[in-house]
Design a protein around this ligand. Structure first.
Ligand code: DLL
Length: 442
């Protein structure tokens, strides 16, 4: 599906600026058609779940709330291919995401699905100014993870010169970035920081290179972290959101003109629900993102619970796109830590640490059990070279970190200032939380 880039602003102007009433009508008819397909698929799971559902009675996206949710457990129970609608001979790609426990979540794509995926993520790349003039260094992991091949196909479709470095070999990434004149980079935020750090260690000022944009996603990134990356790399960051179950990257993309990420709503229908009750929440309230992907062939999904906590933003965006936006991912329904009875989100800790002068943006949260069997929250964070070189500054810095965390969390954390370059660097999704509590304490 080769389509010329539209004036460097839109990849698919008609879809991206569709009047809202038309968009809602399109979503409704697509969901209806998808329900019909699911009901006649002969898959027992859908027969059972949708037995009471009459697709013709779905009159608007509001009526989605009458439909049952789908969860990761449903995918696990039908591992690996039990929920695919397309027969094996029409599947041309299989991806999987490794869960923290047990079997991975497996997703399949027909050729049309791959085209749909590349075409959707292309909108996000073009929103960040990518064109055939760009050299796109793709440092997302290439493999079962959807990041690498997803960005590969989309950047190729837009016509950029794609450099499929995959993640890792960071000194080589930096060398190629300089030698090839890379203008756009794709990777996780934590890996972007590492690339910046390795460049700096080699005396290379990224601000002096042509690189100007970074398409970062797959893990949380607070505003402060985004700013930090922009400053260190001399780039504009365009955040990307997605998950394998829905399609991979390309579910929502930042346009750089306002807060949040545009959900490509003609293909992915967002709702935000109360994670406890499952009830739909009013726009603007924080809740769990639920997504439907009715137009995929091999593995369409209706009302998938992402576990990601977001706000839905429906105010018009100055960029002209008419779709709803999601805020940054504010946490996950399953990442809230309960420490001595207090709720703690890792993102709160990141936000707090990045506001303290004298720290580097590399940290780890370690939970342990104290001798009195109470939870211990330990925050390990790197100090800057300047503080590391002047031992008289440390006590003051440590006290400031403890105080800042206490104000934000309402909890006293043990703070460990570590030397620069001691917290493990990540090439993909960073592991920020180590829960070493003894089982009965959780
Ligand atoms: O991470 C797809 C992706 C690749 C997105 C590259 C963006 C860029 P999974 O491995 O299935 O897919 O993991 C999905 O990652 O439910 C979120 O919890 C998290 N995630 C993805 N994007 C963001 C983001 C890919 N921008 C899970 N901010 C999702 C925070 C994100 N978390």
């Amino acid at each position: 599906m080769v389509r010329p880039v539209d004036t460097g602003t839109f990849w698919d102007r008609a879809a991206e600026t569709m009047p809202r009433e038309d968009l809602v009508q399109l979503q409704t008819s697509r969901i209806r058609a998808c329900l019909q397909r699911l009901k006649s698929s002969g898959i027992h799971y859908y027969d059972r779940r949708l037995s009471d559902v009459e697709p013709e009675q779905l009159n608007s996206t509001d009526d989605l709330r009458r439909l049952p949710f789908m969860t990761k457990d449903d995918l696990r129970e039908h591992y690996p291919f039990g929920l695919f609608l397309a027969p094996q001979e029409r599947i041309v790609r299989i991806h999987a995401s490794s869960g923290s426990t047990g079997k991975p979540t497996v997703v399949g794509y027909t050729r049309a699905d791959l085209e749909l995926w590349a075409d959707t993520l292309a909108r996000g790349l073009v929103a960040g100014g990518v064109s055939e003039k760009d050299t796109f260094q793709n440092a997302y992991g290439h493999g079962l993870f959807t990041g690498g091949l997803g960005f590969h196909d989309a950047a190729s479709l837009v016509g950029a010169a794609v450099v499929p470095t995959s993640a890792g070999h960071t000194a080589r990434q930096v060398m190629l970035m300089r030698d090839f004149g890379t203008t756009a980079l794709g990777c996780t935020p934590s890996y972007a920081l590492h690339v910046a750090e390795v460049a700096a260690a080699e005396g290379l000022d990224l601000h002096s290179l042509p690189i100007r944009a970074a398409f970062l996603g797959a893990e949380p990134m607070t505003e402060r972290m985004e700013q930090e990356i922009e400053d260190r790399m001399g780039v504009a960051v365009y955040e990307q959101y997605g998950l394998s179950e829905i399609i991979g990257p390309g579910v929502a993309s930042a346009c750089g003109k306002s807060e949040g990420m545009h959900v490509w709503e003609d293909r992915f229908v967002p709702e935000v629900v109360d994670p406890e009750s499952g009830e739909r929440l009013p726009d603007g309230e924080v809740g769990e993102l639920v997504l439907s992907a009715p137009t995929k062939e091999a593995f369409p999904v209706i009302r998938y619970r992402t576990r990601d906590l977001v706000r839905l933003i429906r105010e018009p965006c100055p960029c002209g796109r008419t779709s709803a936006r999601i805020s940054k991912i504010l946490g996950r329904t399953d990442d809230m830590l309960i420490v001595r009875g207090v709720n703690v989100f890792p993102s709160q800790i990141e936000h707090a640490l990045l506001g303290v002068e004298g720290l580097e943006p590399h940290y780890q949260i370690v939970l342990g059990t104290r001798a009195d069997r109470q939870d211990e929250l330990r925050v390990r964070v790197e100090m800057s070279q300047r503080v590391a070189a002047a031992s008289n500054l440390r006590a003051d810095l440590e006290a400031r970190v403890v105080e800042t965390l206490r104000n934000v969390l309402d909890l006293t954390a043990a703070v460990e200032l570590t030397s620069p370059n001691t917290i493990p660097r990540s090439e993909g999704k960073a592991i920020r939380v180590l829960d070493q509590r003894t089982r009965q304490e959780r």
